[in-house]
Design a protein around this ligand. Structure first.
Ligand code: XLS
Ligand code: CA
Ligand code: CA
Length: 441
């Protein structure tokens, strides 16, 4: 049984190929710097957008043509697993990610839901024995069902806190069984609509209690994957607690939880927070907290979480620059938390979209590696901060200056001169590198 009959394994054919079902730039075996492209990029397919999502939006019904949709209930869940592993193999992708509800339907009660999950996890485990595709991360969906209307770990209802704990407990058991590299916490409704009826302190304390219990349970069962928090400022709630990396890090430090977590950074969430993708990656990186990436892009004209496949080469270059500076993503990867547009509804579009994303990151990787090798940005930065390498600047850095010493120094200055920082030159240099990579010069 095949769900993508007309597609054979996607291979690298190079930039001149006119075959839409081939990689033009992503060549898994090609060595860039010290690793192959496959090792650097660690691509993952997001189960929800690729096998579960039906294209519905607040104004329109589902319209995606998905051959497995002729089934329903558990048969549909099983068909999706078959389709998924066929897709992974044809795309030659090393990882996938899922929420509990993506892989198995919820039953009439939690016990039944867990039973459904067990059946599908058995099936996935079987497929994984012969597939090269591994589990990058799994997570619990604690935002779709009406019971999560007030949140999960931050719900005003203690029963929901308990229910959520049971879901994450199960998720960690699944993660351990399937050898997940990471476990993700995205606080879908962990936030508020209004402060008028919110006990902010209690909700934060409860979130910390919840994380602590998750850490304890992971240790108890010997799950050694990396815990990741995925920040997002809003959507679905007006204000989400894990607003951005800086906010979530300060939360973790306040509750002494920071040693146990890194961040899963999504491009579209960064832009929703009013940041660039590279800003969030940089903030996480300089704190040693860059764990994994949800590789997508938003639409600046729309301004909501559109989860588009990443095709902006400038953005993929700057993202890969941060990742290379981080010495890679460790257990993390580049997960395409991205969906085809509603107008791209044929099954084949799933391949086109992933190929577009993978090629875009391959170009980003090669360009970033070259920028690093040639120390392009490092040189500009070194020069810009040169005043801190000697004299009064070095005294400041070394802790050999105080206000009195600095006043004495400032008083004897006849005038202060500033150099230009040549930003446009830097941008055109990046363009030059990008174009040279694309044209293989
Ligand atoms: C939604 C989030 C979600 C997380 C996993 O905006 O991106 O899909 O990645 O729950
Ligand atoms: Ca995401
Ligand atoms: Ca998103």
């Amino acid at each position: 049984m095949s769900y993508f009959e007309n597609v054979t394994k996607i291979t690298y054919e190079g930039p001149k190929s006119t075959n839409p079902l081939s990689f033009k730039f992503y060549n898994p075996e090609e060595v860039v710097g010290n690793k192959t492209m496959e090792e650097h990029l660690r691509f993952a397919v997001a189960y929800w957008h690729t096998f579960t999502m039906d294209g519905s939006d607040p104004f329109g019904a589902g319209n995606m043509i998905r051959p497995w949709d002729r089934f329903s209930g558990m048969d549909l869940a099983k068909a999706r697993v078959e389709a998924a592993f066929e897709f992974f193999e044809k795309l030659n992708v090393p990882f996938f990610c899922f929420h509990d509800v993506d892989i198995a339907p919820e039953g009439d009660n939690l016990r039944e839901t867990f039973k459904n999950l067990d059946t599908i996890v058995d099936m996935i485990e079987d497929y994984m024995k012969t597939s090269k595709t591994k589990l990058l991360w799994n997570t619990a969906n604690m935002f779709t069902h009406p019971r999560f209307v007030h949140g999960a770990a931050t719900s005003s209802n203690a029963d929901v806190f308990a229910y959520s704990a049971a879901k994450v407990k199960k998720g960690l058991e699944i993660a351990k069984r399937l050898g997940a590299q990471n476990y993700v916490f995205w606080g879908g409704r962990e936030g508020y609509e209004s402060l008028l009826n919110t006990d902010l302190k209690l909700e934060w304390d409860n979130l910390a209690r919840f994380y602590r219990m998750a850490i304890d349970y992971a240790q108890e069962i010997g799950f050694d994957g990396q815990f990741l928090i995925e920040p997002k400022p809003k959507e679905p709630t007006k204000h989400q607690y894990d607003f951005d990396v800086a906010t979530a890090l300060s939360f973790l430090k306040t509750y002494d939880l920071d040693p146990y977590f890194k961040f899963n950074i999504e491009a579209n969430h960064a832009t929703l927070a009013g940041h660039t993708f590279e800003h969030e990656l940089r903030v996480a990186r300089i704190h040693g907290k860059l764990g994994s990436v949800d590789a997508n892009q938003g639409d600046p004209l729309l301004g909501w979480d559109t989860d588009e496949f990443p095709t902006d080469l400038y953005a993929t270059t700057l993202a890969m620059y941060e990742i290379l500076k981080n010495d890679g993503l460790g257990k993390g990867g580049l997960n395409f938390d991205a969906k085809v547009r509603r107008t791209s509804f044929e099954p084949i579009d799933l391949f086109y979209a992933h190929i577009a994303g993978m090629d875009s990151f391959a170009i980003g990787l090669k360009t970033a590696q070259k920028l690093l090798d040639d120390k392009v940005l490092d040189q500009f930065i070194e020069k810009r901060y040169e005043s801190y390498t000697h004299g009064i600047g070095l005294d400041i850095i070394n802790g050999d200056a105080d206000f009195k010493k600095l006043e004495a120094y400032a008083l004897q200055l006849t005038e202060v001169t500033n150099p230009s920082n040549h930003l446009e030159l830097i941008k055109s240099t990046i363009n030059q590198y990008l174009l040279n990579i694309v044209h293989d010069r």
